[in-house]
Design a protein around this ligand. Structure first.
Ligand SMILES: O=P(O)(O)OC[C@H]1O[C@H](OP(=O)(O)OP(=O)(O)O)[C@H](O)[C@@H]1O
Ligand SMILES: O=c1cc[nH]c(=O)[nH]1
Ligand SMILES: [Mg+2]
Length: 214
């Protein structure tokens, strides 16, 4: 029997990330602070998720002499946010790579079935030519991420990475079974899911905490 080899799962253990994540987990943290921390963490996680981006050389002139210098071709990158909470990770990465193309997959998780319900889909053209980074702070059951990546692959995407803040072991297993080619970057793999599909210890509902809804 042949075993499927999965793309790597990277946990970003950097002290700055872990410190900010602890502040985000605390239930007394305000909506304003939560949003600010998510933005700050997104800049740090962007460093890891963009590590293997393809580079090209561009001819430039330094004050001393011409050289072929490495650059990222931002236009070849597609950043895909899973609405709503994905936007909290998107903004920081977009600030670092402003030329990136941006898409949105609108999904919410039905609280009873824990199945994703799609309400929006808009992605850049020529997805097959791009490196795609999908962002959503929470990988819980994995149903939302798997559904989003199903849709992105139907749209042509091939080279896909997934960035989240918190992952559950169940969500990682589900994503790896459905899409073993997709690498995962996260700030933490938490303990398990509770009976309502929430990550334990987690941070609660990321979208509600970002936007002050409930
Ligand atoms: O792995 P899953 O079990 O599918 O759960 C994770 C999903 O749940 C949250 O979104 P939610 O449905 O709350 O929508 P929101 O971002 O609009 O709040 C989260 O941002 C993920 O998209
Ligand atoms: O713990 C969880 C699970 C799903 N969605 C969230 O926002 N948090
Ligand atoms: Mg939510």
């Amino acid at each position: 029997m042949t075993e499927t080899t999965c793309a790597p799962v990277t946990v970003v253990n950097h002290p700055l990330v872990q410190h900010k994540l602890t502040l985000m987990r605390e239930k007394e943290t305000s909506t304003a602070s939560f949003r600010k921390l998510l933005r700050e963490i997104s800049l740090l996680l962007a460093y890891e998720v963009t590590r293997e981006l393809p580079m090209t050389n561009r001819r430039i002139e330094t004050p001393i002499q011409p050289m072929d210098a490495p650059t990222i071709d931002g236009k070849k990158l597609a950043l895909i946010s899973i609405l709503r909470a994905g936007n909290g990770l998107l903004d920081g990465i977009l600030e670092l790579i402003p030329a990136a193309r941006v898409g949105f997959v609108g999904l919410y998780r039905d609280p009873d079935t824990l199945q994703p319900v799609q309400y929006y889909f808009k992605v850049p053209q020529h997805m097959e030519e791009r490196t795609t980074i999908v962002v959503d702070p929470m990988l819980a059951t994995g149903n939302s991420t798997v559904a989003a990546i199903d849709l992105l692959k139907e749209a042509g995407a091939k080279d896909i990475r997934f960035l989240c803040l918190l992952a559950s072991p169940e969500g990682i297993k589900r994503l790896q079974e459905a899409h073993p080619d997709v690498s995962i970057v996260t700030a933490s793999i938490d303990s398990h899911l509770d009976d309502h599909g929430y990550i334990v210890p987690g941070l609660g509902d990321a979208g509600d905490r970002m936007f002050g809804t409930k």
